[in-house]
Ligand binder design. Sequence first.
Ligand code: ATP
Length: 293
Amino acid sequence: MSYGDLEAVRGIDLEVAGREIFAFVGPNGAGKTTTVEILEGYRERDGGEVAVLGVDPADAGRRWRQRIGIVLQECNMQPELTVRESLELYAGYYEAPRSVAETIELVGLEGAADQRAARLSGGQRRRLDVALALVGDPELLFLDEPTTGFDPSARRQAWEVIASLRDLGKTVFLTTHYMDEAQALADRVAIIVGGAIVAEGAPGELGGRSVRATSISFRLPAGVLTADLPAEVAEAIGGGARPAVNAEVELRTEHPVAVLNALTSWALARDLELGGLEVRRPSLEDVYLELTE
Ligand code: ATP
């Protein structure tokens, strides 16, 4: 897909299974919106083959459209309608809609069902967006950055709603900029950079994450030097330590159990505290930053 001279999406090859939550991530301008709009049938592509629910979105009609739900970043709901009225209005557009009451319950808007859309909080509005997409009982949902601008607890609540879609047997194609969101929700993640897919897989395994070195960090007790540490630990430091700042030691190892055992046995035997002891596997965000830089 090109815009003039700019090839915005080039030769991407993606497959999303039914009943899967699939996260599509990438930096600004990577080609996510272009791709998603092609899949939704909103943008005519220059080339390539696309099938969504077995149909080419470029030729798809009303029947196909009834099988998908779309939650855009900005939705223009009618401000004077209540939650229930908005849903009743939308339900009328579909041949076999879900029950409005059930949909309200599903997104956790029971307490606000008779509130006008204009008076909903940002988080409640987003729930209404999702409810409007769900009321047609679609098989496939496109969610575009569903939690941008949410406070942490509203995000968690939105995640619960999205995760519950899996239990309903829906397929979800999620676009997000938050790696913790992809980690928490997605069965599979694809990273797009400069119009091409650079990695694809389960969030726990993306970019070889499951086999990457674990990071262990701690503060050296007063009066202790790295040279005093047990051999296994000193060795791990030697093999890729970051410089110690304020006696902070960070090391990476592929044998975290052995190194931790040596370190903690050593500290216990000497009655030493290891302040700020932390064991961390590379996060999805670490892998993402590495792949997109
Ligand atoms: P963001 O995360 O910022 O939403 P994105 O991954 O969705 O970004 P796209 O919107 O698909 O990226 O844009 C991909 C590239 O194509 C960008 O370089 C963008 O400037 C360009 N582009 C997008 N839409 C158009 C358009 N209608 N005309 C010309 N160029 C466009």
